[in-house]
Design a protein around this ligand. Structure first.
Ligand SMILES: [Zn+2]
Length: 290
């Protein structure tokens, strides 16, 4: 077989590296300061599972301890041991925060988060621009509401790496579920990231993102394009319920994801209602083009 035909049969066989497989319990160094351990909770929302990050070598902060699974907590301890001084969460959704209490018992580390919710209780409530200063690194919290109102991203200043929680994910869609999820603030929080001169994004789910500027731009464009579709569909219908709009607005998305997509569609409509272009309120009620 000629080289050209072989290449046609296997597109990009030479160029594209195989996608990275994320294996639970195995620590992987992403940079001199940051290591990742994937929790064993893969599903349609979490992709390969929730990422737990350890920042620092001599003094360690654990970001998103993930689920309360003994083997996962063992892996975190094996990696950070008695050098774990802080446990911080990006937000209180249970796939990110549940392991915090147990890890605190095992390490005595201080637990940090925006506030108490969903069974999570921080020792210290932190907000925008709070910094953790260690001898090796400075970690800055950035309040990024939208996916969750108590969402924080964390910037590793020395490496310009953003630990993005569920504000930005790789390989899975970020669900915006009202009322705690809010599309208008979500987009504002994406805009906020543009000023940070990032080198990489370490997401709450999926692999390291090495083109942060393009990724943030794509996230904003993608949401605005969806918003246009929502508006066009409702304009055509005049009045409709969310479940009637889904097949058209999310025709590019697999039907198995529609039960989740309806929340994001609701979030888009609430944003448009706030801007005065549509009228309506609830997930199940009627919406009208204004
Ligand atoms: Zn998550």
């Amino acid at each position: 077989m000629s080289r050209a035909r072989l290449r046609a049969a296997e597109p990009d066989a030479d160029e594209a590296p195989p996608p990275e497989r994320l294996t639970p319990y195995v620590a992987k160094a992403l940079s001199p300061l940051v290591r990742r351990i994937v929790a064993p909770n893969p599903n349609v929302f979490t992709g390969p599972g929730t990422n737990t990050y350890l920042v620092g070598i001599d003094e360690v902060v654990v970001i998103d301890p993930g689920v309360s699974d003994p083997e996962h907590l063992d892996a975190i301890l094996g990696c950070g041991g008695d050098r774990i001084r802080w446990i911080a969460v990006t937000h209180t959704h249970i796939d990110h925060s549940t392991g915090a209490a147990e890890l605190k018992e095992l390490t005595g580390a201080e637990v940090l988060g925006f506030g108490a919710k969903e069974g999570f209780k921080p020792d210290r409530r932190i907000g925008d621009r709070y910094t953790i200063d260690s001898t090796e690194f400075r970690l800055q919290a950035i309040h990024t509401p939208g996916h969750a109102s108590n969402h924080l991203c964390y910037l590793v200043e020395e490496e310009r790496m953003l630990l993005s929680g569920d504000h930005i994910n790789q390989g899975t869609t970020v669900v915006i579920k009202p009322p705690d999820g809010d599309m208008a603030t979500y987009i504002e929080s994406l805009e906020k990231l543009k000023k940070l001169r990032l080198r990489s994004i370490a997401p709450g789910h999926g692999t390291l993102i090495e083109n942060p500027a393009e990724t943030v731009d794509w996230y904003i464009k993608h949401r605005m394009a969806r918003e246009k579709q929502v508006l066009a569909s409702l304009k055509k219908a005049g009045t409709a319920k969310i479940d009637d709009l889904i097949p058209e607005v999310y025709s590019d998305v697999g039907e198995q994801l529609w039960p989740i997509a309806r929340y994001s569609l609701h979030a888009h409509l609430l944003k448009l209602a706030g801007e005065g272009t549509v009228k309506g309120k609830t997930l199940t009620g009627k919406w009208t083009f204004a």
